[in-house]
Design a protein around this ligand. Structure first.
Ligand SMILES: [Zn+2]
Length: 76
């Protein structure tokens, strides 16, 4: 059990270090910079940011409500 806890601690800290090393600290500096430089674009309907192709894909998935899913949700 002690080993598992140690592993979890090590794994967690290594992930945090990895993210920090890539600049994914607090805030959205990376995506904000990508948007301001015109590399990424912002979704007009939410805060999603990504490459133009990703935005198109995201809009289709996230902002198009499937009729079948809507009916299922009403029954529940
Ligand atoms: Zn969106």
């Amino acid at each position: 059990m002690a080993e598992a806890a140690l592993l979890a601690v090590e794994y967690g800290s290594s992930v945090a270090q990895l993210l920090h090393g890539h600049g994914y600290g607090p805030g959205h500096s990376v995506s904000a910079r990508a948007v301001s430089e015109g590399v990424w674009r912002e979704c007009p309907s939410c805060d999603y940011v990504g490459a133009p192709a990703s935005i198109a894909n995201h809009k289709r998935k996230a902002h198009t409500v499937a009729v079948g899913e809507q009916a299922q949700g009403a029954e529940r």
